[in-house]
Design a binder for this molecule. Structure first.
Ligand code: ASP
Length: 315
């Protein structure tokens, strides 16, 4: 055997012996759960639980959950009341992915309160995965979504304060994207992710949240994962896809989140000055999470309980 062929064969064997297939993971049935980012995950989970109780599936619950902070003007990192870009425009990013591997996404969407629902319409009503900007807005209107001004007085005031300081480059201060991961009673997985992105970003900036594989990824055989934090770094490492693939390789959900973050930490000489957190559900109902620094809260609803959990950063 030529050396190259030998290497190919041995690498193939090494990888295939550690890969996990659906047969190796017992599916968590009749024990639905919802895992969401940050404390706005608690009311999001509540809404998702109601949908599950009424017979909705994982996708229905993830969308319903994500819509709660989107509609909440006090949630300044999502939807209505989200902090604007440097020019004062609220521009929104969102995506959804279901248990059949279908995905929909909108980016740089303006004047529509529920980008997550528009993303779901893109998934269900079009042949596309992603619509952006004016095209996404026109599509939303054609689907019956109402237009409205999303900049609240409070967010406008915060933006005006920021302008006075005239900071050259905005530090990534807000990192409160809502990501909702759901496993329904049939064991099926789905997720939603929605954000107004980096506060005072350059006009036109799009983060990780609408990018399938970065802000969110669902593989119904293995698990699902979602991100919050500095989107640029999540995009460069295809973060959520990486977390799911690491679970496929045998990492438990927390170890998978940590390893995905390790790659970012390493790329920043062990000391990144920004936050990223991942959440993950494995098909057997195990959940995991990790964040780079400081702390991170996730909301977990399982059985009767819907609780906030705090984890510490890795560095
Ligand atoms: N990940 C989002 C973005 O970069 C925002 C965040 O969670 O901070 O747009």
């Amino acid at each position: 055997m030529r050396r190259r062929d030998f290497l190919k064969t041995s690498i193939g064997l090494a990888v295939s012996s550690t890969l996990i297939s659906s047969e190796n993971i017992k599916t968590n049935m009749n024990n639905s759960l919802i895992l969401s980012t940050w404390d706005h995950g608690l009311p999001a989970n509540e809404a998702g639980l109601k949908v599950l109780e009424n017979g909705g599936n994982a996708m229905d619950a993830a969308e319903a959950g994500a819509k709660v902070p989107e509609a909440d003007p006090t949630s300044t990192s999502v939807g209505f009341g989200g902090l604007p870009d440097e020019q004062g425009n609220v521009t929104l990013d969102a995506c959804v992915m279901d248990s059949n591997g279908n995905a929909g996404s909108v980016a740089f969407l303006q004047n529509i309160k529920h980008p997550v629902s528009v993303a779901r319409k893109v998934m269900e009503e079009t042949k596309h995965v992603m619509l952006v900007g004016e095209g996404a807005r026109q599509f939303a209107v054609s689907q019956g979504f109402e237009e409205m001004d999303l900049l609240t007085d409070e967010s406008k005031k915060a933006w005006e304060e920021w302008k006075k300081k005239r900071r050259e480059m905005t530090p990534h201060e807000t990192h409160d994207t809502i990501s909702v991961l759901v496993q329904d009673k049939n064991g099926d997985l789905a997720g939603a992710c929605t954000t107004s992105g980096w506060a005072y970003k350059l006009h036109g900036r799009v983060g990780d949240s609408p990018i399938i594989g970065a802000g969110l990824f669902v593989d119904n055989e293995i698990g699902c994962a979602a991100a919050t934090g500095l989107g640029e770094e999540v995009i460069k490492t295809t973060g959520s896809f990486l977390v799911v693939e690491l679970m496929r390789q045998g990492y438990d959900p927390t170890a998978a989140c940590e390893e995905a973050l390790n790659r970012i930490i390493k790329a920043h000489n062990g000391n990144p000055d920004f936050q990223i957190a991942y959440i993950a559900i494995r098909k057997d109902g195990e959940i995991g999470s990790a964040c780079i620094k400081g702390s991170f809260d996730y909301a977990l609803a399982r059985g009767e309980e819907n609780k906030l959990h705090k984890i510490k950063g890795m560095i």
